[in-house]
Structures are given as C-alpha cells and as structure tokens.
Design a protein around this ligand. Structure first.
Ligand code: NAG
Ligand code: NAG
Ligand code: NAG
Ligand code: NAG
Ligand code: NAG
Ligand code: NAG
Ligand code: NAG
Ligand code: NAG
Ligand code: NAG
Ligand code: NAG
Ligand code: NAG
Length: 563
C-alpha cells in the first residue's frame, strides 16, 4: 500500500509540472494586458527637497520621450497618473513631473513601458521628499574627497543634464551662499584648503509651461590629508629564522608599512616555496589593513595549524608590493629545543665537568708541585723548625722488617726529602741524643714540626708491653697533637701491603680511616727519585719548602743548640 501511494504521488507531481510548463508557454504567447511586467530596474531612490521641481524620466533612454503613448505611470502600483497640466504631478509620455514637490508626494511611482503588446517593463521609483530647511543629509549626493591645490566638483547628472538639455541656467552655492559667475556643470576650486570644505549646491532654474522651477543637488567637499607612498617597508619579521614545535601551531606575522594615507594600490601576502598559499587545512592566511595616525600598515598572518616536518625545509616568504616596488622577506622554521635535547646538552656538560674533575684529581699532585716549582712558593715563617717529625717502630721487629725500615728511614728519607728536596726532618734514632729526656724532647720537637710522618709496618706488636716503648710514646703524643688539637697534619706511609691495621693503636686506625696511607713500593726503578710517583705524593703532602736550606747536619746542630 505504502509503495503504491508513493508511486502515484510521483506521477501526479510529474503531471503538475507538465501543466505548469504548458501554461507558462501559453501566457507568453497570448496577449494578456493584465500579465505582470518584467522589472526594469531595482527600485531607484530619489531624495528630493520640498518646494523644488522634479523632472523624472522613466529611463535615461527615454529622456526626451515626452510624447510616446507606450508609457503609463502609477502611484503605489495602482493609482493612475494623468497627463493634465492642472495636476502638480502629471506625466508627458516617459517623463513624470512634480511641479513642485510636496512632502506628501513621498511614495512609490512606477512607469510601465509597453512597446509591444507582448512586452512589458516596470520601472519603479521611490520618491522621498524632505524639508528644505534644515538641509537633510539624506538629500546629499556622494562626498567629494580630495587634497592638493586644484579640485573639481561635478554637478550631479540629474541636475546638470537637466540644465544642459532643458536650456536651464545653473548656479553654484556654497553653504547656501551664492558663488558668482559660476554656471558650468563643473565647479573648479583653485588653491584648495581646509576653508573650502563645506556643502556645495548646484541649482538649475528651468522653465516648464512658461513657469520657472528650481532643481538642486548638493554634495559635501572633504579635504583629506595628503597621501605619501613609499616603497613598502617590512617591519616584521625581522629575523630569518623562527622556532616552531613539531605538531603544534605556529603563526608567522608579516607587517608592512606602505606610507601615509595611502590611496594607491598596495598588497601583501605569504608564499610557501614560491607558491601562493592555497587554503589547505593546515595553512590559513589573514590579511588586515590598518590606518593609524595616518600611516597605512598591512598585516598578513599565516597560521600553520600543525607544524609538520616538511615545514622545517620550507621557505616562507612574505611579499609586499605597491606601485613603486616589490619587496620580500624569507623566513625558515627551525625546531625548538625540546626537553630531550636539553637533557642531552646538560648531561654532556655534566660529563665534561666530571671528566675535568677526574683529570684534575689525577694530576693535582703534579700540578701542585709544578706550581710550587714555577712560582717558587715557600712556606711562611711560622716559627717551626722541622718539616716533618718521623716516627716508626724501632723495637720488637722481625729481621726483614727491620731491614726495610732501616733502608727507608735511614737511607731513603734523608736522601730524597732532605738532600734532594731540601726538607728538614726529625728522625728518631738519628737526631735525638741518647739520654735526652724523652718526654719533653718529643713534645717540643713535635711542636716545632709541620707534619707528622708515621711509617706503618706490619711488625708484631707485643700487646701492652709495647706501650712502654719510647716510640709508642711518640705515637701517643703525636696522635694527641694530630687528633685532639689538629695542629699537625699526618702523612701515613706503609712499607708493605697491609691487610689489617688492628694491631695499631686506636688513634692511628682512626687516621687511616680518614686518609689512606701511601704505599711504598720499593722494588721499582727510580725509587729514590723525587719525581717518582710515590715521592711526588709525599712531596705533595709535605709543606712548602722553607726558604732556609741548610744541610741537614748543620741545621741539626744549630737547632739543637737553639733549643
Ligand atoms: C493585444 O491588445 C492590444 C491592446 O492592448 C490590441 O491592440 C492588440 O490587437 C491585441 N493583440 C491580440 C493578438 O489580441
Ligand atoms: C489574462 O490573464 C489572467 C490571469 O493572469 C486571466 O484571468 C485573464 O482571463 C486573461 N485574459 C485573457 C484575455 O486571456
Ligand atoms: C510595478 O512594480 C511595482 C513595485 O514593485 C508594483 O507595485 C506594481 O504593481 C508593478 N506594476 C506592474 C504593472 O507590474
Ligand atoms: C498634500 O499637501 C499639499 C500641501 O502641501 C495639499 O495641498 C494637498 O492637499 C495634500 N494632498 C494630500 C493627498 O494630502
Ligand atoms: C531627515 O529626514 C528624516 C525623514 O524625514 C527625518 O527623520 C530626519 O529627522 C531629518 N533630518 C534632519 C536633519 O532634518
Ligand atoms: C532650447 O533652446 C533651443 C534654442 O536656443 C531650442 O531649439 C530648444 O528647443 C530648446 N529646448 C528646450 C527643451 O526648450
Ligand atoms: C562676473 O561677470 C561679470 C560679467 O561677465 C563681471 O562684470 C563681474 O566682475 C564678474 N564677477 C566676478 C566676481 O568675477
Ligand atoms: C530658485 O532658487 C533661487 C535661489 O535659491 C531663488 O532665488 C529663486 O527664487 C528660486 N525660484 C523658484 C521659482 O523657486
Ligand atoms: C593625519 O592627517 C590629518 C589631515 O592632514 C591631520 O590633521 C592629522 O593631524 C594627521 N594625524 C597625525 C597623527 O599625523
Ligand atoms: C583576521 O584578523 C582580524 C584582526 O586581527 C580579525 O578581526 C578577523 O576575525 C580575522 N579573520 C579571520 C578569518 O581570522
Ligand atoms: C625577493 O627579493 C630579492 C631582492 O631583495 C629578489 O632578488 C628576489 O627576486 C625577490 N623574490 C621574490 C619572489 O620576489
């Protein structure tokens, strides 16, 4: 059922179309006077002044067709307008007369032109009548704008032509004041200045049936600022590259100064790789014109909705042109530094810093010794006499260890540090005299020393018995100085690899924890050279050499004498 109904309705619709077409064809063929006419114009507005006359031709083509019978006139579409001169509104053929205009003549007037029975054209006019005084702006014709010394004001067509064709006389008025001896359709203003601004009216006085009538037209003269055109100046962009982030949006702004009050043709646009921007999804362009403080600036904003990789290889060119010149500026995009590149950069900086630190640490000994040598650095006078006070275990030692100590303390230390480096050491067993009061001697000597050098051996300590040994006492005093009063810096040297320090006094163990002992590796060649690795490290830990460099023997004697 439903299907059938649909089919039948389509059929009836087709039928209706056919009937319509046939009717249309018939109506154009038939002679039917009441058929609607083709419009000949959009409704044309006539703004006119009360008291003046209006001569209104149906069309410029029929300006003088005052006797043709093909025209009929209607007010508001229906009211027939007569030929009679008695009426203040009447028509002669194609021309409608208002002699003169009344305020209540404001209406729609239509002129029906029927040159052939089949042809009909409908011209309509909206006549709006305004009071003469004060002058209503609506009656003004288009403004005249200009600058410069010479200007022309043209009497609008309706009035000018009326006077010329109708043998009328034309007069010019500025702000209702007559301008003498001016009767041409064009009013020429020489040496124009701002004082010439105002409303200019041309009045045509013409005759109809021996009676004088006036028809006027007014327009305003506006003096504009003189315009000055320059070659375009691209104010922005100023740089050749801009940063953008892949996938995010980016706007490129091109701002161009074109001159002052520019009237000339000028234009601005963006191109990508020499191609004008097609309004693809990713690119949009917005061009705006701005006149501020008389300067003319154009701005073209190119928006990339989502920056892609190819944009980083593209050339974005802003082109500006006027009648004087074409200029352009090219911009390329470069990727903005992401967080990853920042991480890479900062971590390599950190790495370089660490490497510098390692290198510095490794060569600190050499550098510092080099410094001392180059700048001849010497320790300040501090009232001390010895550079180092050397303590070591002298008793209860195994034979091999004793030999080692003898070799190191008795031979190498004086050889390298004293002879070659100019240090002065206090070494037990060499520098103390037998029978000297130990306690006092040791304490005084230590106070006169800048360093405490402790030679560590794995020698067997014999428990509490050892505490009675003089060198043990040395240790106690020295450690007391070093630990409690922190007056003495300690240099720890072990003569062999020691696996455990538990046999050593507590204080010494504490010092070993604070800084690892230097290991003496005696088997190497150059072991008695001050420039071997071991001695360099010892020298580094030693104070600066003193300015006073006497031979140890002499110094020793003097010192002993001195105390
Ligand atoms: C059409 O009408 C006009 C008058 O308006 C008449 O003169 C003319 O003869 C008519 N033509 C026909 C074909 O009827
Ligand atoms: C003219 O057309 C109208 C409808 O537009 C119609 O009523 C009238 O009968 C027609 N006259 C003639 C003579 O065909
Ligand atoms: C002419 O046009 C006017 C305005 O559109 C309308 O009022 C009038 O009826 C038209 N006259 C004819 C004969 O078509
Ligand atoms: C229109 O105004 C004039 C005077 O201005 C008057 O004589 C005339 O009767 C008025 N016509 C109508 C239709 O009101
Ligand atoms: C101009 O005419 C319109 C319509 O008649 C009126 O509303 C307006 O007030 C008039 N302006 C002046 C300045 O007279
Ligand atoms: C204008 O004047 C000329 C002669 O001076 C005359 O031939 C012409 O008909 C006149 N035109 C009108 C519209 O009065
Ligand atoms: C206007 O023209 C008349 C005669 O052509 C002349 O006498 C008069 O001086 C002129 N007036 C002016 C203001 O130029
Ligand atoms: C035409 O206008 C002029 C100037 O305004 C005036 O002197 C004259 O009387 C007017 N004539 C008519 C018929 O209104
Ligand atoms: C713009 O031009 C006008 C007309 O010449 C002038 O009066 C005005 O002072 C100018 N404005 C600026 C900001 O220069
Ligand atoms: C172009 O820019 C102007 C001013 O910035 C703005 O008002 C306008 O909406 C923009 N037009 C488009 C299509 O984005
Ligand atoms: C851009 O300007 C340079 C000179 O500044 C010119 O050589 C080049 O041809 C211009 N390019 C375009 C596309 O106008």
């Amino acid at each position: 059922m439903a299907l059938c109904g649909w089919c039948s309705s389509v059929r009836t619709m087709k039928g209706a179309f056919l009937i319509l077409l046939i009717t249309c064809g018939a109506s154009s063929a038939k002679n039917n006077t009441s058929a609607t006419c083709k419009p000949g114009n959009g409704p044309e507005v006539k703004a006119v002044t009360e008291g003046e006359a209006l001569r209104l031709p149906c069309h410029r083509r029929f300006y003088n067709d005052e006797s043709s019978a093909a025209f009929s006139w209607f007010r508001e579409g229906t009211h027939v307008i007569q030929h009679s001169e008695d009426m203040h509104i009447h028509h002669h053929g194609a021309v409608l007369f208002f002699l003169p205009l009344h305020l209540n003549d404001t209406a729609t007037y239509s002129c029906i032109w029927r040159p052939h029975p089949e042809q009909c054209v409908n011209f309509t006019f909206e006549v709006r009548v305004y009071k003469a005084k004060p002058l209503n702006r609506s009656v003004l014709w288009m403004d005249v704008e200009g600058h410069g010394s010479y200007l022309e004001i043209l009497c609008p067509e309706d009035t000018g032509e009326l006077c010329e064709r109708g043998n009328g006389t034309l007069g010019w008025y500025k702000d209702s004041i007559h301008i003498p001896n001016m009767s041409e359709q064009i009013l020429r203003v020489y040496s124009a200045s701002n004082r010439d601004e105002g409303i200019y009216t041309c009045i045509c006085t013409w005759k109809h049936s021996q009676k004088d009538f006036n028809t006027s037209a007014s327009r305003r003269l506006i003096m504009t600022a003189p315009s000055a055109s320059y070659p375009p100046i691209i104010k922005h962009p100023t740089s050749d590259t801009e940063t953008a982030e892949l996938g995010s949006s980016k706007t490129l702004v091109c701002a161009v100064f074109f001159g002052l009050n520019v009237k000339d043709f000028c234009d601005l646009w963006w191109e990508i790789n020499g191609q004008i921007i097609r309004w693809e999804n990713r690119y949009t362009e917005n061009i705006t014109r701005e006149i501020k403080d008389n300067t003319t600036t154009y701005t073209a904003i190119l928006t990339i909705s989502s920056v892609s990789k190819e944009d980083f290889y593209s050339e974005f060119r802003c082109i500006a042109m006027n009648t004087q010149r074409w200029v352009n500026h090219t911009v390329t995009l470069k990727p903005r530094e992401t967080i990853y590149t920042q991480i890479v950069v900062s971590s390599s900086v950190l790495l370089a810093f660490l490497m510098a630190l390692v290198v510095f640490k490794y060569f600190i000994v050499d550098l510092s010794l080099l410094f001392r040598g180059v700048f001849k650095m010497r320790s300040p006078v501090d009232g001390k006499v010895y550079d180092a006070y050397v303590i070591y275990q002298r008793h209860d030692l195994e034979k091999a260890v004793e030999e080692k100590i003898d070799n190191f303390v008795g031979r190498l230390l004086p050889e390298v540090l004293e002879k070659k480096c100019g240090y002065r050491l206090f070494i037990h067993g060499r520098d103390d005299l037998p029978g000297e009061d130990h306690m006092e001697l040791i304490e005084t000597r230590m106070k006169l020393s800048r360093r405490l050098m402790v030679i560590l051996t794995s020698g067997s300590e014999k428990g509490h018995e050892a505490s009675a040994n003089p060198e043990d006492y040395d240790r106690q005093v020295g450690l007391h100085q070093a630990l409690v009063r922190e007056e003495l810096k300690v240099i720890l040297i072990e003569l062999e690899k020691m696996h455990c320090y538990s046999h050593l006094p507590q204080g010494l163990q504490h010092l070993i924890l604070k800084s690892a002992p230097l290991r003496w590796e005696g088997k190497r060649p150059n072991s008695d050279s001050p420039n071997s690795r071991f001695w360099k490290r010892v020298r580094y830990m030693m104070p600066l050499p003193t300015a006073f460099r006497a031979t140890p023997g002499v110094g020793e004697t003097q010192f002993r004498y001195f105390i």
